[in-house]
Design a protein around this ligand. Sequence first.
Ligand SMILES: NC(=O)c1ccc[n+]([C@@H]2O[C@H](COP(=O)([O-])OP(=O)(O)OC[C@H]3O[C@@H](n4cnc5c(N)ncnc54)[C@H](OP(=O)(O)O)[C@@H]3O)[C@@H](O)[C@H]2O)c1
Length: 322
Amino acid sequence: MRHTDLGATGLTVGELTLGTSALGKQSLPGSPEEAEAVRVAAAFLTGPIPLIDTSNNYGDGRSETVLGLGLAAVGSRATARIATKVDRDPVTGAFGRDRVLRSYEESLARLGLDRVEILHFHDPYSVTFAEATAPGGAVDALRELRDAGAVDAIGIAAGPIPLMTEYVETGLFDVVLSHNRYTLVDRSAEALFTEARRRGMGVFNAAPFGAGILAKGANSRATYGYVDAPPELVAWIARAEEVCADHGVPLAAAALHFSLRSPLVDSTIVGIASIPRLEQLLALHAVTVPDALWVALDGLGPAPTPLAAQDAQDARDARDAR
Ligand SMILES: NC(=O)c1ccc[n+]([C@@H]2O[C@H](COP(=O)([O-])OP(=O)(O)OC[C@H]3O[C@@H](n4cnc5c(N)ncnc54)[C@H](OP(=O)(O)O)[C@@H]3O)[C@@H](O)[C@H]2O)c1
């Protein structure tokens, strides 16, 4: 596993980070499903991938709870660290200063930790950018936590590129986490990552499989980026699969290495919720992708991704609502 500096944060990350949005999802406390999820968490915590990404709201808190139980089980054998995110109030949608502080307290209680190194501002869609960045707002609260030494680095973690760009351009964040927008089929985060790099920020690229279809293939009927994949995108992925097969490389390996090989990305976050998937990830990581495959994939031309148009529409809606 290649290790790298996370921008100018002074922190080091591995080229892979484990994403746990599905870990422990819908498992009940004390159930066999919870016990299995804790076994998986323990494998993550003692495995070769040095960082685990979670959030206050993944599985309504179950991801953090299961990771906390895993940490308690493995004790000093833990080799991986945990990064988490603050989330809006699940009932009211409130996402001001008090909610940020409360969210972080909840996360630490579930994880059984007294701090984490990296804390992201997650999916701030229930507040406007102006509200979040106003004095005494959510972003101030994150800055307060960093200034007090309660965390080392604060990040912005969300989807739409226009919104992400606004947050990056505040210069207040140390790290950016984008998802589904820097993959084999979507390059819309490229300018965002370039700007983050220019500012010395760390860059996490999440969801290199588009949340599934780039690992499972065009016939899987998987969505891309949590929305239905349009037929033209499915057709493009089917062609890419053939090109990959011609070069003896699984589509999933090409999708993973697209992100791993980019100088714009410090760490690629992959969603994993079982031990077999972890083993498959390590095997995909070990695949050598010939340069000729990248040339051949470029030859397919740009993929018809649905997210850029959706992001632009979201930005227009947000402007109209102001
Ligand atoms: N706003 C944010 O901050 C944000 C947003 C999105 C994601 N993230 C983070 O990034 C992580 C990754 O995102 P993601 O999970 O949505 O997308 P992803 O990593 O692109 O895809 C994960 C999916 O790919 C499938 N998969 C993984 N390995 C596979 C393999 N070897 N063969 C076939 N299928 C495979 C898994 O399906 P199975 O269910 O079949 O195992 C899993 O559901 C999340 O867990 C989260 O930590 C953060």
